[in-house]
Design a protein around this ligand. Structure first.
Ligand code: IPM
Ligand code: MG
Length: 361
């Protein structure tokens, strides 16, 4: 069956890293029999420059038709002074919301070859393998009302709303339990139930869902403690589930445990398993165009796509093995470089992974 894939490279290093991912897709099609129909479209600042908005209608229409979307990154300093509605980030938030991609899977996995790249001691992070499941289409990111208004005394006040419906909590909890079932069967739900009513409801609903998953050991943690535990003893976690903003923050912290945010992929899924796949790092405008960005997070995002949207866990494992092989060879982009290793450019890294994948034929 031919799968439809939409590629939106976006801004900054987006086009460079997506370029390397496309080399992989090419090999997967030509040599591994993956049947793909690929389209390209604009998103973020690139879309604003060309079409006046960060998520043009034609991009959204193609994304709706696609079985999966591969996204590079969006944003850049040249867009920071634009009105909020047309900023690149708005395009990203809108595509997540329009496609109903409520379940954001952010694995934090440490490749043993990179244990030295973490800022934490090697024994704290060795063999780390955490999955953060972040709710992505609700919470304070989307809650109404929001805005900046004038108070009676004429002072301005900004406000946002943190709101979750039972049904939203239930579906993300279910997604997280399902993932826990396929892993070590431990789920930690992160909230702020000691302060927030919405977190109290979150906890209650998660406990309710847990009745359907008696094999999964459920625990609860306040978000401040979870942040501390992540840097103190991260290996205590298997799967974590949390709301949109807590998940945004904790996933950056978890990413850094692995040495480089340049290594980590993500999947954002709807209820049918359709997904958007993106590296969790951003557009890194400071290094864009220099050919030094790490393409591995994007390449690993393709592995997630193969696993979750295309049902090809076999190919996903092969892509992951190819990445492992390249790390074994000692190739390193600057973000993961260490003494004694061989410096590689974005393209050299991409080519090496492609070669390692072909070797598995
Ligand atoms: C992320 C990013 C986005 C978010 C930004 C770019 C809007 O930080 O994907 O984690 O906050 O969700
Ligand atoms: Mg973030």
């Amino acid at each position: 069956m031919t799968q439809k894939l939409l590629i939106v490279a976006g801004d900054g290093i987006g086009p460079e890293i997506v370029g390397e991912a496309m080399k992989m897709l090419d090999v997967l099609q030509k040599d591994f029999g993956l049947a793909l129909e690929i389209e390209h479209a604009l998103i973020g600042g690139a879309a604003y420059d060309a079409q006046g908005e960060p998520l043009p209608d034609n991009t959204l229409a193609l994304a709706r038709e696609a079985d999966a979307v591969l996204l590079g990154a969006v944003g850049g300093p040249q867009y920071d002074s634009l009105p909020r509605e047309v900023r690149p980030e708005r395009g990203l938030l809108r595509i997540r919301s329009e496609l109903n991609l409520f379940a954001n899977l952010r694995p934090a996995m440490l490749y043993s070859q990179l244990a030295g790249a973490s800022t934490l001691k090697a024994e704290i992070v060795a063999d780390l393998d955490i999955m953060i499941v972040r709710e992505l289409t609700g919470g304070i990111y989307f809650g109404q009302p929001r805005g900046v208004r004038s108070t009676d005394s004429g002072e301005r006040e900004g406000f946002n709303t943190l709101v979750y419906r039972e049904s939203e909590i239930e579906r993300i909890a279910r997604a997280a339990f399902e993932i826990a079932m396929k892993r070590d069967k431990r789920l930690c739900s992160v909230d702020k139930a000691n302060v927030l009513e919405v977190s109290e409801l979150w906890r209650e609903v998660v406990v309710g869902v847990s009745k359907d998953y008696p094999d999964v050991e459920l625990s609860h943690m306040y978000v401040d403690n979870a942040a501390m535990q992540l840097v103190r003893a991260p290996k205590q976690f298997d799967v974590m589930v949390t709301g949109n903003m807590f998940g945004d923050i904790l996933s950056d912290a978890a990413a850094m445990l692995t040495g480089s945010i340049g290594m980590l992929p993500s999947a954002s899924l709807d209820e049918q398993g359709k997904g958007m796949y993106e590296p969790i790092h951003g557009s890194a405008p400071d290094i864009a165009g220099q050919g030094i960005a790490n393409p591995l997070a994007t390449i690993l995002s393709i592995a997630m796509m193969l696993r979750y949207s295309f049902n090809r866990a076999d190919l996903a494992a092969q892509v992951q093995a190819a990445v492992g092989a390249v790390l074994d060879q000692g190739l390193r982009t600057p973000d993961i470089h260490a003494e004694g290793m061989q410096r590689a450019s974005t393209a050299q890294m991409g080519n090496a992974v492609v070669a390692a994948l072909r070797k598995q034929l």
